[in-house]
Design a protein around this ligand. Structure first.
Ligand code: DOR
Ligand code: ZN
Length: 345
């Protein structure tokens, strides 16, 4: 039985760090294990311009404890007013690694997102030309589309048409939650990748709703049926280079989640690697954990994998705190529902 596993240091290809007091509290949780992360731009107000991204990157680096190293890979929040020249300049200067498309109204702080993709064609064409990837929140927002169908409908109505209309555009379908998305990604050429979160490999929709509503399991896209969860686990553990880790660790202070209108997001940064090792061991795929956490993501983004390593060890159950304290209130950790035996040493 394997009890120790050394990996190239992982990266997180989809992370919410927020700002201010929450940023200061959650950043070390990611920096402890991850060398780099794609930083989501859905602040209030959002990170729209190169100037916004530079200022946010400076705030992140200022919040990083001195003894830690961590590289924030910045993204721009795509709006219908985004200037292709500003995007190209931000890319050329090495400031941004991707642009994020939020359909307006799809999720947390997406009000300034895109209503009509025709209005961002110029930016997408520029991105295809310069090789800057587009990260996509893949859900339609039409009120009459059932929330459990929004990802599958997005593929047909938005993602596939946009990719056909913009040859050469590299796209990451973020936090895929359905078998439909896994099948679509695997049916396409290598210019389409997908991130998979830790929590979507652990929970299905029953975890949210059976026996009382569990706000800390509510995230977007919402977890689907068991069959979809199994498809995500199979994709993540397959070694297919198109699938890589994006935790979508998304902290909200507890009162904002435990509310009559609770925010979407699961906070997994502190124990993601412990949970993933458990999942990969369950799937008899520990030998492919490094591919998922540390190799496929850099390859997709055209970056070198990290040259440092991290070791996971299996032993007695590890205890993580139930919540971490922040200057904006406590933030509860995602509860995987099983004891964790792998820990980073
Ligand atoms: O669950 C989520 N939380 N999904 C998102 O798309 C956004 C995120 C957040 O920012 O809280
Ligand atoms: Zn997210």
């Amino acid at each position: 039985m394997t009890t120790s596993l050394t990996l190239r240091r992982p990266d997180d290809w989809h992370l919410h760090l927020r700002d201010g007091a929450i940023l200061r509290a959650v950043l070390p949780e990611s920096a402890r294990h991850f060398a780099r992360a794609i930083i989501m731009p859905n602040l209030v107000p959002p990170v729209v311009t190169a100037r916004d991204a530079r200022a946010y990157r400076d705030r992140i680096l200022a919040a990083l404890p001195k003894e830690m190293t961590f590289t924030p890979l910045m993204t721009l929040y795509l709006t219908e007013e985004t200037d292709p020249a500003d995007v190209a300049h931000a890319h050329a200067s090495g400031l941004v690694t991707a642009v994020k498309l939020y359909p307006a109204g799809a999720t947390t702080n997406s009000a300034s997102g895109v209503r009509d993709v025709d209005r961002v064609r110029g930016v997408l064409e520029k991105m295809a030309e310069i090789g800057l990837p587009l990260c996509v929140h893949g859900e339609v927002t039409d009120a009459h589309i059932d929330i459990f169908d929004r990802e599958a409908v997005f593929i047909d109505r938005v993602l596939d048409p946009v990719r056909r209309a913009t040859p050469g555009l590299r796209v990451v379908m973020e936090h895929v939650t359905t078998r439909d998305a896994v099948d679509y990604v695997t049916s396409q050429p290598r210019d389409l990748g997908a991130t998979i979160t830790t929590h979507h490999m652990v929970i299905n929709r029953n975890h949210i709703l059976v026996g009382g509503i569990k706000p800390h399991y509510y995230c977007l896209p919402v977890a689907k049926r068991e069959d979809h969860r199994l498809a995500l686990r199979a994709a993540a553990t397959s070694g297919d280079p198109r699938f890589f880790l994006g935790t979508d660790s998304a902290p909200h202070a507890d009162p904002a989640k435990e509310s009559a209108c609770g925010c979407a997001g699961c906070f997994t940064a502190p124990h993601t690697l412990s949970i993933l090792a458990h999942v990969f061991e369950d799937e008899d795929a520990l030998d492919r954990l490094e591919t998922f956490t540390s190799l496929n993501g850099p390859a997709f983004y055209g970056l070198a994998p990290n040259d440092t390593t991290l070791t996971l060890t299996k032993g007695d159950a590890v205890r993580y705190p139930e919540r971490i304290e922040t200057g904006d209130g406590p933030v509860t950790l995602f509860d995987p529902g099983f004891p964790l035996h792998w820990h980073v040493t």
